[in-house]
Design a binder for this molecule. Sequence first.
Ligand code: ADP
Ligand code: MG
Length: 259
Amino acid sequence: MPAMTPDVPMIAAAQLKKRFGSNEVLRGVSLSVAHGEVVALIGPSGSGKSTFLRCLNQLETIDAGEIRIAGELLVGTDAQGQCRYAPEAEARRLCRKSGMVFQHFNLFPHLTVLENLIEAPMVVAGLARAEALQRAERLLAKVGLSAKRDSYPARLSGGQKQRVAIARALAMEPEIMLFDEPTSALDPELTGEVLRTMRELADERMTMLVVTHEMGFAREVAHTVAFMDEGELVVQRAAREFFADPGHERAQAFLDHML
Ligand code: ADP
Ligand code: MG
């Protein structure tokens, strides 16, 4: 196993290609995320951001390219151009290094908040109930929702649901957090509490790849901005530089539209 040095990217995707039928959704996308780095992935709707994110934890398979997680090969392409995934147990272990938060929360509606948090640690990670509960209580306190431990998701606001979803992802102790437009489904007055939770995670040096339309978050919290358009990663540069000069016509047009 490669040593955990800051030089080895936590995510290294190279030349990812993906098509749905005749629709070429990823056209050779390369992006890496360093240990402790926060990358904001931005771009127009339909540009392939969600698909890219889903490929990183095998919610989608790729057609070509290579993905390394913390230096280890999840999938590569052989000399014949065939995609080769790591053996199943190995792939599962690598995918478990990342936690994912979706736009629509995806909480289990028939489980309470606390039960949502202990499910995967017990069933997938094999934790004893007491240990899973202890972890869940700690994470609920962290996202400021201890009082909601016995509530069902339907009784929570969108912002609270999303904070529970973040806590649930953290309960598997991921090394990487993937966010797919975590605030896009929320009323504007509820986005702040979710962005605050994400900012705290960033302050703790969590490695984060965040698909977002929140340019304020991208500017203030992300170290790096990556701009995608029509299945291509057009530009990836330091956030400060990007907002001063996106360096590409399509990125500039997108930014002008967003700001
Ligand atoms: P974004 O997240 O940037 O809005 P997506 O990755 O969701 O973009 O979608 C990129 C393209 O891939 C779109 O044209 C979308 O319709 C298509 N697409 C995404 N998922 C699927 C799927 N499961 N089956 C077929 N087409 C899909
Ligand atoms: Mg999307």
